[in-house]
Design a protein around this ligand. Structure first.
Ligand SMILES: Cc1ncc(COP(=O)(O)O)c(C=O)c1O
Length: 397
C-alpha cells in the first residue's frame, strides 16, 4: 500500500467523522480499478494516462491518483498547475502532464523544480521554459500539443514539424510526447489521427523522436479503436460515469465509483393544497410527509432538478419537491419511516438516480455533474467496502 493510504485516519475514526456530516461523497476505489481494467482490455494494454482534471471530475484528485498509482498508472494529466502541486504536496511521485498555461517566472520555475511535463505549443513559453530549466541546471520534459482540427489550443498541424524542430533545438527541453484532442466529429476524426502520424513520420525523417503519441479520451476509447496510438487519456469514464447515453452497450461495463449522501435535517407533514418552496412551485396533491435535505446547488445538486429530481430514500426512489435552492432541497417522505438524521442518496451508484440519469434529468452532461460537486464536501474513500481515506478540507473542523 502506498504511503498515502498508510498515513490516513483509521476506518473507525473516519466512520465517526461521517456521523457528524450533513453531506458527504463516497468513492469506491475498487470501481476505479475495474474501469481502468476495462480501458486496458479495450485498448490492448496500452498505457493509460488518466485525465484527472477538475479535481478528478469531482472525485478528489489526490486519493484517486494515489490509488491509480497502485494500479500501475505511471502518468496522469491535469488541467491546473495547482492540481499538479496537490499531487506533489501529497508526496506522489507520478509523471504529470500539465496543460495549464504559464504566465509567471515563479510558475515556470515550479514546473521545472517539480518535474512536471509542461504542455508547449507557442514559441515564447518554450523560450521561457528553456530558460527556467537552464537556470535550474535541468532538462525539463515537455509535450507538444498539436491542433489537428478541434481549433482550441495547440500548434497548427501544418506548422507542427517546424515547431517541434525548434523545441528539439532547445538544450534544456526534452520532448517526450505529442498529443492532440479529437473533435468527436466522424468526418474529421480519421484525418486528425493521420495528421499526428504524418507529423511523427516527418520528424523521424529529420532525426527527431517525438516520444509518446496520444489523442484518445473517453469518447474515442468507446467508439474509435484507430485512435489508440501509443497511450490513451480517458478521464470521466475511469470514474465510472458514462459521458453520453450512447456510450452504454459498447462492450465496456463501467462501475460508477461515486455516491453522494446527505442527511435529512427537518421532517414535517403538510396538508393537501399547502405550497412549498419559492414561488409556490410545489402544491401538495394530498396530505404528505416532507423532508428537508441539507444540500442545494451550492454543493453541486443541480438547480435543474427543481420539480424533477429523484433521490434514493432507503430502497425507494422519491421525488424532489419544488425548488432546489442554494443549500436545501425537499423530498417526499410519504410511505417511509425516515426521520431527522437519516441518510438519502442524492446520487446513487446504480438505478434511477445514478449519475447518468441525474444528469439527463437536470439537462446537463455527466461532466458538469461531476465538476459541479463542491470542493469542500467531505469525501470518503473505500476499498473492499472499508473506509481507507478521508478528505475534508472544511474551513472549520
Ligand atoms: C487534454 C485532455 N485529455 C484528455 C481528456 C479526457 O477527456 P474525457 O474525460 O472525455 O475522457 C481531456 C478532458 O477534457 C483533456 O482536456
Amino acid at each position: 500500500m502506498s504511503q498515502y493510504f498508510v498515513n490516513q485516519l483509521t476506518s473507525e475514526e473516519i466512520n465517526e467523522k461521517i456521523r457528524g456530516y450533513s453531506s458527504w461523497i463516497e468513492i469506491d476505489l475498487d470501481a476505479i480499478t475495474h474501469n481502468l481494467e476495462q480501458v486496458r482490455e479495450r485498448t490492448e494494454n496500452r498505457p493509460v494516462i488518466p485525465c484527472v482534471k477538475s479535481n478528478a471530475y469531482g472525485h478528489g484528485v489526490v486519493p484517486v491518483v494515489a490509488h491509480m498509482m497502485e494500479q500501475g498508472v505511471e502518468m496522469v494529466l491535469v488541467a491546473k498547475l495547482y492540481e499538479a502541486m496537490q499531487l506533489r504536496d501529497a508526496g506522489l511521485d507520478v509523471g504529470i502532464v500539465s496543460i495549464d498555461p504559464l504566465f509567471s517566472d515563479t510558475d515556470y520555475a515550479k514546473v521545472v523544480e517539480q518535474d512536471i511535463t509542461q504542455t508547449i505549443y507557442q514559441p515564447e513559453p518554450a523560450r521561457r521554459l528553456n530558460a527556467a530549466a537552464e537556470k535550474a541546471g535541468k532538462v525539463t520534459p515537455v509535450w507538444v500539443k498539436v491542433d489537428t482540427g478541434l481549433g482550441r489550443v495547440g500548434v497548427g498541424w501544418s506548422e507542427a514539424v517546424d515547431f517541434i524542430k525548434k523545441i528539439d533545438d532547445y538544450p534544456h527541453l526534452g520532448l517526450t510526447g505529442i498529443f492532440s484532442t479529437m473533435s468527436e466529429a466522424d468526418e474529421l476524426d480519421r484525418k486528425q489521427v493521420q495528421r499526428i502520424l504524418d507529423i511523427e513520420k516527418e520528424c523521424k525523417k529529420q532525426g527527431i523522436d517525438v516520444g509518446v503519441k496520444s489523442i484518445a479520451s473517453s469518447n474515442a476509447v468507446f467508439h474509435k479503436p484507430y485512435t489508440y496510438l501509443d497511450a490513451t487519456r480517458p478521464g470521466l469514464m475511469l470514474m465510472g460515469f458514462y459521458p453520453e447515453d450512447d456510450d452504454t452497450g459498447q462492450g465496456i461495463e463501467l462501475k460508477q465509483s461515486l455516491c453522494w449522501k446527505a442527511r435529512i435535517e427537518h421532517v414535517k407533514w403538510i396538508e393537501e393544497g399547502e405550497a412549498l418552496t419559492y414561488s409556490r412551485r410545489f402544491v401538495a396533491p394530498k396530505r404528505m410527509k416532507v423532508g428537508t435535505v441539507h444540500i442545494g446547488y451550492y454543493d453541486g445538486f443541480p438547480r435543474g432538478l427543481t420539480k424533477k429530481g429523484k433521490v434514493r430514500v432507503g430502497d425507494q426512489i422519491k421525488d424532489v419537491l419544488g425548488t432546489v435552492s442554494v443549500n436545501h432541497f425537499l423530498v417526499d417522505l410519504t410511505d417511509t419511516d425516515h426521520e431527522i438524521g437519516d441518510v438519502v442518496e442524492a446520487i446513487s451508484r446504480e438505478g434511477e438516480n445514478n449519475a447518468l440519469n441525474v444528469a439527463n434529468l437536470a439537462g446537463i452532461m455527466t461532466y458538469s455533474l461531476g465538476n459541479g460537486l463542491h470542493m469542500l464536501l467531505p469525501r470518503v474513500y473505500y476499498r473492499n467496502g472499508k473506509s481507507v481515506a478521508l478528505t475534508s478540507p472544511r474551513l472549520v473542523e
